[in-house]
Design a binder for this molecule. Sequence first.
Ligand code: ZN
Length: 257
Amino acid sequence: MNRKTSRREFLVSGAATAAVCVLGAGGATAADAARRTVVVWSEGSAPKKVYPDDINTVIADGLKKDLKGWNVVVANLKDPEQGLSDELLNKADVLIWWGHTKHGDVKDALVDKIVKRVKEEGMGFISLHSSHFAKPNRKLMGTRCSWGAYVGDSVTLKVTVKDPNHPIAQGVKEFTIDHHERYSDPYAVPKADSIVFEGVATLKDGKTDASQQGFAWQIDKGKMFYFQGGHETDPVFMDLNVRKIMANAVKWAAPVK
Ligand code: ZN
C-alpha cells in the first residue's frame, strides 16, 4: 500500500511539474516558476571604479548567496521598458531600487504600475540611499522625502540596531563602514512602523552626526523598507553586514503566499 501511495504521489507530482513547465515562459524550468522573484533595479550611474557593472549587480550577487530558492533578477534603466516589463513586474515579489541622478527619466506610467503592485497586490519595495527622491519612493510615501542635509563631510557610518526584534535586524550587529556622505535627520516621510536601524556618521573634523538609517512601513497590502546608507563612491553593498540587511529585507518584504 505504501508503495502504491508513493507511486501515485509521484505521478501527481510529475503532472504538476509538467503543468508548470508548460506555463513557464521563456523556457523557465518548473523550479524557476515555483521560486520567488526579487528584482534589483538601478539606473547605471554609479562610478565604474567602485561598481563596474553598477550597484544592482553587486546587490544581486549578495542575494544569490543568501536567498535560497529565489530568482534574483537585475534590471537597468537603459533596458527595454526601463528594465521592468509588465511580465517581470507582475512576477516580482520584491523590487529593490537604487537611483540618484536619473529619477526624472523614469516614466510616470511605470511608477504608477509599481505603486499599484505594492499597494494593491502586496509587492515588497526596498528603497536605497539616494532613492529617497526616486519617483516610486515619493509616490509610495506621499511626502517630500527630503532629508535635513546632504553633506560630503563624513568618513565613516556606524549602523546600530534600534529594533532588535524586527525580522530585518535578525543576525545583524552594530557595524561601521566607510561612508563619505551623510544625510541628516529629519527624513520627511510618514511615521514608520519601525525604525530598524539608527546610525552615527563620524565627520572629517571628528564631530559626529546621528541619524535614522532603516525605516519599515506597511503600505496598504505591501511592505516597504528604506535604508539610508549606500553612497555610490563607497563599496557599501559589498559589506557583509549590509548584504545581510538586504537579504533580511527581501524576505520580510515578500508577500505571504
Ligand atoms: Zn550618495
